[in-house]
Design a protein around this ligand. Structure first.
Ligand code: ZN
Length: 402
């Protein structure tokens, strides 16, 4: 069987307790704009916890600075400085868009560097699922899945795998730098919801020290299935154990040209229609609530937010990013610090104007787009139009101090 022609993930065609992937797999993915995410965040503010509802709205300083910088794609990007950033990849549509873009570019850079160094067949994508049903709570499920993975990737068998297929990764222990062979693992946690409740699955990019031929990969998949099944039973109970046809899917990453989407790092447009009997992503649930205001969707969204608090979306084998020249310490900082590096200040929005803008739907994203389109004069024009200030006695955007 060619690795690329099999179904692209463990599927549920005959077993209803395994959920199909969200949104219709293989469908063209449209990406939401920043404006759409701001609009969605505003629409669900009433069912968001305070910190998330105030993300990019609450001032942390006397006035709000408007900064621009050149993004990695060469386009100008504008950001507010001096406002709260909630940093929640699960609960905040705007932070999710930004953090996923950050993670996606980092994963892509490391994966491409690894492919160049070791070849296409030294990069595998592992997908792990568990059996689940409507009555299973999300927090217990996602904690159990994380624990089952932790138990899978430890012990003497895994240590032999590290020795056979690992990369020379370094870490400091007791003040001493040690280099040992370790499998490079980038693990992503993803959650969807459907007729059979919450579906929690893990995708792991495995970066190996050498290319793995098909027969070795298939043997590894069989062994991983046994281990995964046994660890799922230990962590979650026998009712969650996947059968032989499900639970583990392992194939070369080259079979998944859309691997960043599978890892959940390319945010799909939440307004895209959901496939019949398809699972919904959490942002699709939020979008459904924003457009139809069904209390059931609000309850589902809030249950999801509460259950995911504290969960890590992406984890890396220690030393893997450093091996490819990246900084391993930035993860938490990036969530709550303004994006971009070399900022140029367009000016300052005084507190009273900031609050007036906050009362107008979508005003903040209009200001950002104006800054990117035409700099300070365009921002001045747009703010005056939004606030109905045809002839204000003072500039609405106070120029930066020299
Ligand atoms: Zn946020």
């Amino acid at each position: 069987m060619s690795c690329c022609t099999a179904p692209s993930s463990p599927r549920s065609d005959h077993q209803q307790s395994f959920s199909p992937a969200a949104g219709g797999e293989g469908a063209a993915l449209t990406r939401p704009s920043r404006g759409a995410m701001y609009a969605l965040a505003e629409s669900i503010a009433s069912i968001s916890r305070t910190r998330v509802a105030y993300c990019r709205r609450r001032r942390l300083t006397g006035s709000v600075a408007l900064l621009t910088y050149v993004a990695t794609d060469g386009a100008p990007r504008a950001v507010f400085h001096g406002v709260l950033l909630c940093g929640s990849v699960w609960e905040c549509p705007v932070c999710r868009l930004r953090l996923c873009a950050h993670h996606a570019s980092e994963v892509e850079r490391v994966v491409e560097a690894h492919r160049t160094a070791h070849g296409d067949d030294a990069v595998l994508l592992l997908t792990l699922t568990v059996r689940h049903a409507h009555q299973h709570g999300l927090r217990a499920l996602r904690q159990g899945v994380a624990e089952a993975w932790r138990l899978t990737a430890q012990g003497s068998w895994w240590a032999r795998l590290d020795a056979l297929l690992g990369l020379p990764l370094s870490r400091t222990r007791a003040g001493e730098l040690r280099t040992t062979p370790k499998l490079g693992v980038i693990r992503a946690l993803e959650v969807t919801h459907g007729a059979h409740g919450w579906h929690v699955h893990l995708h792991a990019v495995l970066l190996l020290g050498r290319a793995l031929p098909d027969d070795e990969r298939e043997a590894l998949a069989r062994r991983l299935h046994q281990r995964w099944r046994a660890r799922v039973v230990r962590a979650l109970g026998p009712e969650h154990a996947p059968d032989r046809a499900h639970g583990v899917d392992l194939r070369p990453l080259r079979c998944h040209p859309d691997y960043l989407t599978k890892l959940g790092l390319r945010v799909a447009d939440p307004s895209a229609p959901v496939a019949k009997h398809g699972n919904r992503t959490p942002l699709q649930i939020a979008h459904a609530y924003a457009s139809k205001r069904h209390p059931a969707d609000a309850a589902l969204w809030q249950a999801y937010c509460a259950a995911m608090r504290g969960a890590r979306m992406l984890t890396w084998t220690h030393g893997l990013r450093a091996h490819y020249g990246a900084d391993e310490t930035l993860d938490d900082a990036v969530a709550t610090t303004p994006e971009g590096q070399a900022h140029h200040s367009l000016g300052v929005i005084p507190a009273d104007l900031w609050h007036a803008l906050g009362a107008i739907p979508h005003a903040r994203v209009h200001v950002l787009e104006a800054a990117e389109r035409g700099g300070a004069p365009e921002v001045e024009r747009v703010i005056r139009r939004l606030l109905g200030l045809a002839s204000a006695p003072r500039p609405v955007l106070v120029p930066p101090e020299e």
